[in-house]
Design a protein around this ligand. Structure first.
Ligand code: AMP
Length: 439
C-alpha cells in the first residue's frame, strides 16, 4: 500500500507546500528516508537525480529546523548542502525555498564563476540553509565569510559526481571544518569503494536506503536505437525532431565543440536551440537553461557534466547524438525525460564506431534497445561491428574517420566519467588497448 505524505510526521506548513505542488504520494526514496531523518539518524542513500531525493532530505530537515527554532546567526548556517554543479546547487536551493514557503525559512546558494559579493551579502543575512559547490564554499570559509560552527545538518549530494569531477580534496577540507555533533546525509547514484570510504568518514551508524537500481528506472521510457552512418547523424537529428514535434528535446553529445556545432546547425535549420557545456560562461548557461525551461528554445544540446542536475519539466525527448562512453551515463541521460511519472522517449544514434558501446549499455540495463530501422538513414551494422568491444576509457580511441571527434580534447565534459570507469587510473587517452577484442 503506498503511503501518503499525510502519513509522514511533517507539519502543516510543509504539507501545505506539498499540496501546492500537487505532491500526494512520497516517492520510494522519500518514503524510506524521511522517517530516518526525522528520527535523527545519519543516512546513506543510493539514489539518482529524478527519484525525488531532494525532497527526501529537504523536507525532514525543514521539519527539524521549524521544531527547534533558533535566532539567525550571520555567516553561520544551520544546514550545509554541498553539490557538484551550480545547476544542481540552484535546484536544491529552489526546492528548500519552495518547501519552506510557509515556514519562516531562508536559504542561500553559492557557486563559483560569478562575483562573490552578492553571495557574501546574502550569507551575512544569516540564512538557515546554505547550498554550495565545494570550491566557492572553501574560498568563502577561507576569507572568514562563512563559519560552520553552528552547523546541525550536513548533506552531500551526488557524491559520486563530486569525486568524478575531482572535488575529493575540497570535500575532505570541508569535512574537516564540520562540527563533530551533527546529522549527516549522504547521497550518491553509485556506490563504488571510494564512495563507501568517503561516506564512512562522514556518517555515524547510518541507515542505508536504496531505491530502484538504474536498470529499472528506465523502463517507463520508450527507447529506440537508430543505426546510422556518422556523416548522416545531423540529417537524422533533424528528421527525429520533425518526427517528434511536441515538447522539449535534450540532445547529448560527447564533445563540447560538437554541441556548439549542432546547436548552430539546428538554429540555421529554423529550430531554436542552444548548447550548454563546461566552456560556456555561467551567464550563458543560466540563459540557455532559462530559455529552455520557458520554451523559448526547443532543443538544448548538452555534454554529460553540463547536464547533470538539470531538472526541466516537459523534456519529452532525449536524443543521444553520441552514445556515452560510460554505460551508467546512458541511464542518467535518458532519466532526464519521463520524470516523476511522465512518459518520455529516448532515441540513440549508433554509428559505425559505437556498436561496442551499445552492447555495454544493453548489458548494463539488462535489455536490448529496440532498433528503429524505419528511419531514412538506417544502415545495417556489419557483423564485426556488432561484436566490437569499445576501448577502455570510452571512445578515446580514434578509429577511422571519426578519429578527431573521438580522441581530441576529451578531457573536458566527459573526462570525469572516464576516470571513474577506469578506477581513477588517470589519463588514458592513448590508443585503445583492447581493439583486438573484436571476434
Ligand atoms: P529530484 O530527484 O529531487 O531531482 O526530483 C525529481 C523531480 O520530481 C522534481 O521535479 C521534483 O519536483 C519532483 N518530485 C519530487 N518528489 C515528488 C513527489 N512525491 N511527487 C511528485 N513529484 C515529485
Amino acid at each position: 500500500m503506498p503511503i501518503n505524505f499525510t502519513d509522514l510526521a511533517l507539519s502543516e506548513p510543509l504539507q501545505r507546500a506539498l499540496r501546492d505542488r500537487d505532491y500526494t504520494t512520497p516517492s520510494p526514496i522519500q518514503e524510506k528516508t524521511i522517517p530516518y531523518v526525522l528520527e535523527d539518524h545519519d543516512v546513506m542513500g543510493c539514489a539518482q537525480t529524478g527519484t525525488g531525493k531532494t525532497a527526501a532530505f529537504a523536507l525532514p530537515i525543514l521539519e527539524h529546523l521549524s521544531n527547534r527554532p533558533k535566532k539567525r546567526t550571520p555567516k553561520a548556517p544551520r544546514v550545509l548542502v554541498i553539490a557538484p554543479t551550480r545547476e544542481l546547487a540552484i535546484q536544491i536551493h529552489d526546492s528548500f525555498d519552495a518547501y519552506g514557503t510557509y515556514l519562516n525559512h531562508q536559504s542561500t546558494v553559492i557557486f563559483g564563476g560569478v562575483g562573490q559579493n552578492p553571495q557574501v551579502q546574502a550569507i551575512r543575512r544569516g540564512p538557515e540553509v546554505l547550498v554550495a559547490t565545494p570550491g566557492r564554499l572553501l574560498d568563502l570559509i577561507g576569507q572568514g565569510h562563512i563559519s560552520l560552527r553552528e552547523l546541525e545538518f550536513f548533506v552531500i549530494d551526488e557524491a559520486d559526481r563530486m569525486l568524478d569531477m575531482g572535488f575529493i580534496h575540497d570535500v575532505k577540507k570541508i569535512i574537516a571544518e564540520l562540527p563533530k555533533k551533527r546529522q549527516s546525509l549522504f547521497f550518491s547514484a553509485t556506490m563504488p569503494k571510494s564512495i563507501i570510504e568517503l561516506a564512512g568518514s562522514i556518517l555515524k551508524s547510518p541507515k542505508h536506503v536504496e531505491v530502484t537500481p538504474p536498470a529499472t528506472t528506465v523502463e517507463k521510457i520508450r527507447q529506440t536505437v537508430c543505426h546510422v552512418a556518422g556523416e548522416d547523424k545531423r540529417s537524422l537529428l533533424l528528421h527525429s525532431l520533425e518526427q517528434h514535434p511536441e515538447g522539449l528535446a535534450l540532445v547529448f553529445t560527447g564533445m563540447k565543440h560538437v554541441a556548439n556545432r549542432i546547436a548552430e546547425h539546428l538554429e540555421k535549420s529554423g529550430i531554436p536551440a542552444a548548447a550548454i557545456h563546461g566552456n560556456k560562461s555561467q551567464s550563458a548557461r543560466v540563459r540557455a537553461l532559462e530559455d529552455f525551461r520557458s520554451g523559448r528554445i526547443r532543443v538544448l544540446v548538452a555534454t554529460d557534466i553540463a547536464a547533470r542536475g538539470i531538472d526541466v519539466k516537459g523534456v519529452d525527448l532525449v536524443i543521444n547524438y553520441d552514445l556515452p562512453n560510460e554505460p551508467d551515463s546512458y541511464v542518467h541521460r535518458i532519466g532526464r525525460t519521463a520524470r516523476a511519472g511522465a512518459e518520455g522517449r529516448a532515441i540513440s544514434f549508433c554509428d559505425e564506431q559505437s556498436n561496442g558501446l551499445l552492447t555495454q549499455i544493453e548489458k548494463n540495463i539488462r535489455t536490448k534497445v529496440p532498433v528503429d530501422s524505419d528511419q531514412p538513414y538506417h544502415r545495417e551494422p556489419r557483423h564485426e561491428e556488432r561484436n566490437a568491444t569499445p576501448p577502455r576509457g570510452g571512445q578515446g580511441g580514434g578509429r577511422g574517420r571519426n578519429q578527431q571527434r573521438r580522441s581530441g580534447g576529451g578531457g573536458g565534459a566527459q573526462g570525469g566519467g572516464n576516470r571513474r570507469q577506469n578506477g581513477g587510473g588517470g589519463n588514458r587517452r592513448s590508443r585503445p588497448r583492447r581493439r583486438s577484442a573484436s571476434t
